[in-house]
Design a protein around this ligand. Sequence first.
Ligand SMILES: *Cc1c(COP(=O)(O)O)cnc(C)c1O
Length: 403
Amino acid sequence: MTRGFEEIDGELAVGGVPVSRLAARVGSTPFFAYDRRLLTERVALLRRHLPADLQLSYAIKANPMPAVVQHMSGLVDSFDVASSIEMGVALDTTMPSNRISFAGPGKTDAELRQAVAAGVTIELESENEAARVARIGSELSIRPRVAVRVNPDFSVKGSGMRMGGGPQQFGVDAERVPALLKELASTDLDVLGFHCFAGSQNLKADIIAEAQRRTVELLLRLAEDAVAPVRYLNLGGGFGIPYTEKDVALDLEVIGENLATLMRDEVRPRLPETRVVTELGRFLVGEAGVYVTRVVDRKESRGKTYLVVDGGLHHQLAASGNFGQVIRRNYPIAVANRIDREPAEQVTVVGCLCTPLDLLGDNVTLPEAGVGDLVVLYQAGAYGLTASPTAFLSHPAPAEVLL
Ligand SMILES: *Cc1c(COP(=O)(O)O)cnc(C)c1O
């Protein structure tokens, strides 16, 4: 099983390069390798399912490697960033600044200043943030582009992480938005529209469809109170990818049909010109990357065989089950330089950190492998390196390559 990657000469290959040769080229293990072809194909797959007048935004916190972001800039319509460094990465690409939005709580005055100067759209997370942006705009004599991030009056079940509904640090509560809009009318902010992002890593198409329907209803209702024409509606996303054997891939047919209906029947009759966006991170990049490690030790302990690799949770925290998971389940794993071999034995793959949490494959069945072999974890294209505690135990940082 190569999960979309190629097999060349009995090895897993990324971008046409067999993994042992790639390891030699990178010069050291562990490393992350991302495949351009898979990124391109993923965007094309989505475009085939989404209505033509719905735009696609890449939330770059899922994978902010500059080369990946540059590649994505030619494929998607816009970027969402969550820090000033991400904003810098996005601005270095060919994406126009008016197609970059900046979301996230706790934006500092310094970050807001940079965003206003760059002409990036600031997704307002609170009334206080709105006031600070207005002040910064007048200091710089620039009219800031903003949208109101709305904390919905509903929550989405089945999300790996819930980020909307109930009390939240994200966005302005829906019922407070009309009053905020009134206040904004007396400031010199260019209020483009609304943003709603209610959760992440959802694999249930019918629940996502329902959330999108409620999001559209909510944002159209709020649009009635807008003082300026609504030019931007961001419906969020939250599309998940399968990580474990139990997970079933998202049904894009259901989501695509639902969005087409919503656009045709609800959005377009009322807002014919508005730029409507769905914003995705993990779904676009997660399956396009592998984390490549090398076996440094093989040992037996009281009836159990361990493969000890040179990587670990300090680079790929999610695969160890410690990134918010309630129950630890194995991520897909393979002996990459023997990808054509049949599974032969049950082993436990652990990382090199001195903690029992550093477990990468618990009782997994793999072809026989020993010191020097390359073990890869799939589904490593999103929330890998930058979502892991790289300083923990002070090992060197891994390389990242895009092929
Ligand atoms: C994290 C985040 C995303 C991306 O979420 P995924 O689950 O990776 O698709 C999109 N929008 C906002 C506002 C976010 O914070």
